[in-house]
Design a protein around this ligand. Sequence first.
Ligand code: ATP
Length: 315
Amino acid sequence: MAEKMTRNTNDIIQIENLKKHYGKVRAVDGISLCVRKGEIYGFLGLNGAGKTTTIRMLLGMVRPTSGSCYLNGKKIHSGVHDLWNNVGYLVEIPYSYPDLTVHENLEIINRMRFISNPRALDSIVETFRLGPYQDVLAKNLSHGNKQRLGLAKAMIHNPDILILDEPANGLDPAGIVEIRELLRDLAFNKGVTIFISSHILGEISKLATRIGIIHQGCLVREITAHQFDHFLQKKLIIGAWDNKAVQKRLSDEGYTANFTEKGDLEIKDEEAINHPENIVRMLVHSNLPPTLLKVEEEDLETYFLRTIKNNGNVK
Ligand code: ATP
């Protein structure tokens, strides 16, 4: 029986048992997931995990070895064109015409997309704060501003679906916050469905409503933003003039504090992490005031190392 080309579903993005093998390399090895309307789905994985390959298949740029992708219920294949009016995307280094200015680059996209609203271009320039760079040639932009131009091009036509591969690459911290706010506004206030990849756990955890972790081509875990807090290991880092004395004092109070590589102390006790003020009070009363106190959350690399160490496998 011929495979169905459309399906009736509330899921805006669907990936079904998707595989891409390059010879012996299993770049993507059987991924299935769904993204509902207005969700921000964070696709998180270390370098080489298979994020870009999945996104390229989702956009019809790479033919899967097997499995299927659907956007708005329509199956992705090389001949599907009408779909792209509703989709904006940014895949790795954004492509621009290097010898044209920012304004000219956006004008071309505007025409290619048949956008009739005369305000669209000004509005996107304003949104991405590209005003001061309008007359700069794309090739002369900083990496961060190239990324902004890429995002502006992806969003100029107000798409319902945004697919972004590592959009925070090259942006400075202020730029990352700006983009995060913008994406949240699009999803939560305008119902745009966003699929965003990253290898930076801290960044994705602040933005996504749901996170899928990809490792060696497989989706190893899916969690909601609410579950995230319990999922990552945290520790309380303490520093003082006399850390040995602090360690002894903490031990007297029943806390296990170990030395970090930098010579500070770390405590993994949940009570201490949730109420560092009690630790501070106790140390100040003992004449051992802390000079450093912070709660640290593990990053993706540490998470993988810990899980692999514990289970021998993350799957
Ligand atoms: P990064 O964050 O580094 O871009 P990624 O998670 O996006 O990593 P992919 O670029 O999808 O990972 O690569 C997944 C695996 O597939 C890697 O081992 C990569 O070397 C391999 N791969 C990707 N494209 C090809 C190709 N055209 N030919 C052979 N191997 C490939």
